[in-house]
Design a protein around this ligand. Structure first.
Ligand code: 13P
Length: 255
């Protein structure tokens, strides 16, 4: 049984005060949400405030990126040890906005992934095709390249500590969610890649989250698909009520 993960990626939103008050309000709303793991990913500057506010709760804190070096002359960058020091236990890697805004490559994602694993952080690695790639019929080849290069030279034990997020770029922030069937097709393909790369046990165990315009209204439908193990939520994770409603999707369904 794969335990679902519902994670909120706050992107470049919220000061530390706003982060703390969000987490304080969220705590009682998800205190009994044992059907899934609850994660929020504040910007670097709000990690400590969010982690302090989450202490003793079932809410885990993720960072949104990191550098692969332990330390060094990398102005503006943050290391894994710094994230842990600030209270993060997970880190999102390879988000399409990092790939787009900062030209991040699959090779860099791979460096970051290895460094996160070595530091004991739980990586949430994002993959997904752009609209042009989907329309050109390249979805599978893009996912395959991102998977092979992003997850290169890992052991099965390393892989078992990773969460994958499938985020089709055309569905991010557009209100255009992939249908559950479209998402399921890619999730199944990613699980096949995991099987070929790391073995059947690892493929059956890896959590694959869907991201892209997830809302309280569409989460239950997505979660009925066999290979969708949770969500990475952007916009709808910024309000406590909508994020809590997504976390608690199960109460609103008969599943
Ligand atoms: P939206 O939910 O705003 O589409 O963002 C998805 C996302 O990028 C999560 O990482």
């Amino acid at each position: 049984m794969r335990k679902p993960v519902i994670a909120g990626n706050w992107k470049m939103f919220k000061t530390s005060g706003e982060a703390a008050s969000f987490v304080e309000k969220l705590r009682p709303l998800v205190a009994h949400s044992d059907h899934c793991e609850v994660v929020v990913a504040p910007p670097f500057t709000a990690l400590r405030a969010a982690a302090d506010a989450a202490r003793g709760s079932n809410i885990r804190i993720a960072a949104q990126d990191m550098h692969w070096a332990k330390e060094g002359a990398h102005t503006g960058d943050i290391s894994a040890a710094m994230l842990e020091d600030a209270g993060a236990t997970l880190v999102i890697l390879g988000h399409s906005e990092r790939r787009h805004d900062h030209g991040e490559t699959d090779e860099e994602v791979n460096h970051k992934l290895k460094a996160a694993l070595a530091a004991g952080l739980g990586p949430v690695v994002c993959v997904g095709e752009t609209l042009a790639e989907r329309e050109a019929g390249e979805t599978r080849s893009v996912l395959e390249r991102q998977f092979r290069q992003g997850f290169a030279a890992l052991t099965a034990a390393d892989f078992s500590r990773i969460i994958i997020a499938y985020e089709p770029v055309w569905a991010i922030g557009t209100g255009r969610t992939a249908t559950p069937e479209m998402a399921e097709e890619s999730h199944r393909f990613i699980r096949e890649l995991a099987g070929a790369g790391f073995g059947r046990t690892e493929a059956a165990a890896v959590r694959i989250l869907y991201g892209g315009s997830v809302k309280p209204e569409n989460i239950a439908g997505l979660m009925t698909e066999e290979d969708i193990d949770g969500a990475l939520v952007g916009g709808a994770s910024l309000q406590v009520e909508s994020f809590a409603a997504i976390v608690n999707y199960k109460r609103a369904t008969t599943r």
